[in-house]
Design a protein around this ligand. Structure first.
Ligand SMILES: Cc1ncc(COP(=O)(O)O)c(C=O)c1O
Length: 415
């Protein structure tokens, strides 16, 4: 493939903000984004507020910081911060959403009516089915497998080419018994991007909802959840938002709130949180409806540092540089006789480029011994250059993989 030059070299000025980049050739952002000094400063400020203000810091600083974080998340997906629900991780966010779907699974007429008012013609019958794919992150499937005893039926669509799942497969599977399609925006092993608009249309035509796990997309794939017709969006800060663990978020299309009452909940979801009324459950009218309890403020502080950087640089530029570096990986890998298992077109990819290696663990370990950090999944060495990586780092990776992987180990393994 012809690789164009890697754009936005000016962003390399930010390398100095990331201590990890001086210590290793770090090409594993899809697993854990590097931490910037902005996050350390935010964390220091949090500790200072704790030491000087004690509990008063909640009202004077931290509740405001949480609002600012909701704004940060809203800004990268095209919605106001008030529509965002904070969560400690994507699994917890999913558990809250899943807990709100049972009336739809059962065919509750009042819920169908409320969904109808939101433009989802769910009809009167039960909708026990949730559809996901073999390429989705396990926590997606687990939410609904755990509810099988409650009548939920999980359908897992296979990937014919081991890279993506065609729209036609969803189209054939979604029917009048389907409550939800729950799938990724970018698949976590192949980097394939899902075109959300057409998938939302398929769901809505049949009265089903679309939930998107965008963990591998947020921060590098320009996103407008409203324009794309997404119903529920979940993501977090571990990867392409450079904000570490402990902070995730959900967005639910506001028109759906009336139909979705979470049965997994907590006092942060309350309309009158500081009334402390133990006998009253009135959900907040905004995104907080889907929150649980006290967020981890150290995590939130670290996350705000990452979001500061993402918003300063912009998702467009982050995504373009990431895509160009991915193209470089593919071009060099193929020239070296390695096989890549992701879409070749950057517009159809996120930031992940998997290189087929029959036994990847020893290769990833040997690379780590040389200071080159990538990771592995079955049958692949998974690399994920980010905006802060250099072309030389990518060249070094491919040179070393080429050296370490014998020809017999380079075949693409099925799916
Ligand atoms: C696509 C995707 N979804 C979800 C997760 C993680 O979910 P959680 O925040 O529950 O750990 C990851 C990675 O860790 C992921 O790559």
């Amino acid at each position: 493939m012809t690789t164009r030059s890697v754009r936005h070299a000016d962003l390399l000025a930010h390398r100095a903000e990331f201590p990890l980049l001086a210590r290793s050739v770090y090409l594993n952002t899809c697993s854990l984004g590097a931490r910037s000094e902005r996050s350390r400063r935010r964390l220091d400020a949090y500790l200072h507020d704790w030491d000087t203000l004690g509990a008063r810091a909640w009202y004077r600083r931290w509740l405001g910081e949480l609002d600012a974080l909701r704004e940060d998340f809203g800004a990268v997906i095209g919605v106001p911060g008030s529509e965002i629900a904070l969560a400690p991780n994507v699994s917890a966010a999913l558990a809250v959403i899943a807990s709100a779907l049972h009336p739809l699974h059962r065919g509750d007429p009042a819920t169908a009516e409320l969904l109808g008012a939101a433009g989802i013609a769910a009809g009167r019958g039960p909708r026990p089915k949730v559809i996901t794919t073999a390429l989705d992150f396990p926590t997606i499937g687990h939410q609904w497998l755990a509810r099988e005893a409650l009548g939920v039926e999980l359908v897992v669509l296979p990937s014919p080419d081991g890279i993506g799942v065609p729209l036609e497969a969803f189209s054939e599977a979604v029917d009048e018994r389907t409550a939800l399609v729950a799938t990724g925006h970018v698949y976590f092993t192949t980097g394939a991007r899902v075109d959300l608009g057409p998938l939302a249309d398929v769901c809505h035509e049949r009265g089903a909802l679309l939930l998107v796990d965008a963990y591998q997309a947020t921060g590098i794939v320009p996103t407008d959840v409203v324009a794309d017709g997404v119903d529920v969006y979940v993501s977090g800060t571990l990867k392409w938002l450079f904000g570490g663990s402990g902070t995730a978020f959900a967005w639910v299309r506001p028109a759906l709130h009336a139909a979705l009452a979470p049965t997994t909940t907590g006092w942060f979801s309350s309309a009158r949180q500081f009334a402390f009324a133990v006998d009253e459950l009135a959900y907040a009218p905004d995104g907080r409806r889907y929150e649980l309890g006290t967020p981890s403020m150290p995590s939130a502080a670290i996350a705000r540092g990452g979001m500061d950087l993402v918003r300063e640089i912009g998702v467009d530029r982050m995504g373009e540089r990431t895509g160009d570096l991915g193209d470089l990986v593919i071009g060099l890998a193929e020239a070296a006789g390695l096989q890549v298992r992701s879409p070749r077109d950057a517009a159809a990819r996120g930031g992940i480029v998997p290189i087929a290696v029959a036994d990847p663990k020893p290769v990833v370990d040997a690379l780590a011994d040389e200071g080159i950090i990538v990771d592995f999944r079955p049958g692949i060495v998974r690399c994920s250059p980010a905006f802060y990586n250099t072309e030389d780092e990518v060249r070094l990776l491919i040179e070393r993989v080429d050296h370490l992987v014998p020809a017999a180990d380079r075949a693409v393994s099925p799916g």
